[in-house]
Design a protein around this ligand. Structure first.
Ligand SMILES: NC(=O)c1ccc[n+]([C@@H]2O[C@H](COP(=O)([O-])OP(=O)(O)OC[C@H]3O[C@@H](n4cnc5c(N)ncnc54)[C@H](OP(=O)(O)O)[C@@H]3O)[C@@H](O)[C@H]2O)c1
Length: 244
């Protein structure tokens, strides 16, 4: 039977590319995001019956718990989840960023992920499934003006380590997709101006890779990684990812 993978944030960017790569491998995908884009609809037409689109939010409000639960309920067996949806706005220094900005980013990038896992773990344990947490190199360094996002990703990478030791029936991996040409990357250049250090933005923008590269990395991990991968934080170009 084909494996089933649930992806958050598959309307565009890395999530969309990962969904396409997983579908091309013969697996089934359930995609949860707020917007149903023409690109996602085109993917559904290309893989009839294999892609299920759920329009919804995955923040930790009660209505979004319903969206997440409905998406999980669609899978008879849940072989993998790719927790990819994230928010990077607002930018700003610790000295000036409104506290609600920090809260909003942690809400989407961390608390919603914990809520999602709480709802999905029973099915994931049954299937001995995999969890891919899409993190970022931003969580590894001090970066001026993008600290809320960076802190949320550092916390996500740490969440992965905890999940790996607490849940022996699943394989959990944190994934760094690299610098990728997406709407998210465009916003670093646009809204990040005046906040994020130009010494960081310029090399980031000039070294962007296309989303299909991390998309394939996510596919490799969610469909092929062994149990020995659990707890690892891996970049898209790591041989442990590309060789699978
Ligand atoms: N691009 C890069 O250079 C880069 C670098 C490092 C890490 N990353 C990480 O890679 C992941 C994907 O980023 P991307 O570059 O592909 O960004 P993107 O093109 O902006 O896509 C973000 C996706 O998340 C969804 N999303 C956002 N908030 C959501 C919510 N509350 N509920 C459901 N879905 C939501 C968006 O769909 P809707 O708006 O339709 O909901 C969209 O599908 C993120 O975790 C990001 O932190 C990206």
């Amino acid at each position: 039977m084909s494996p089933t993978v649930l992806i958050t944030g598959a309307s565009k960017g890395i999530g969309l590319a990962a969904a396409e790569s997983i579908l091309a491998d013969g697996a089934k995908v359930i995609a949860l995001q707020r917007t149903v884009t023409p690109a996602l609809e085109a993917l559904s037409a290309k893989y009839p019956g294999a892609l299920t689109i759920v329009k919804g939010d995955h923040r930790t409000f009660s209505s979004s718990a319903k969206d997440v639960s409905s998406a999980i309920a669609l899978a008879d067996t849940l072989d993998g989840v790719v927790l990819n949806a994230a928010l990077n706005l607002p930018y700003g220094a610790i000295a000036t960023i409104p506290l609600d900005g920090y809260r909003g980013i942690f809400e989407v990038n961390l608390f919603s992920v914990v809520q999602f896992l709480q709802l999905a773990l029973p099915k994931l344990r049954n299937a001995k499934g995999k969890v891919i947490l899409v993190s970022s190199a931003a969580g590894e360094y001090g970066m001026k003006g993008i600290g809320a996002y960076a802190a949320s990703k550092a916390a996500l990478t740490q969440l992965n380590r905890t999940l790996a030791v607490e849940e022996s029936d699943i394989t959990s991996i944190a994934f760094n997709p690299g610098s990728v040409r997406t709407e998210f990357a465009a916003s670093v250049e646009r809204e990040g101006k005046g906040h994020v250090d130009p010494a960081l933005v310029d090399p980031f923008i000039s070294s962007l890779i296309e989303p299909d590269i991390p998309g394939r990395g996510i596919r490799n991990l969610v469909l092929r990684a062994g149990v020995d991968y659990t707890g690892k934080y891996l970049s898209y170009d790591d041989p442990l990812v590309t060789s699978l």
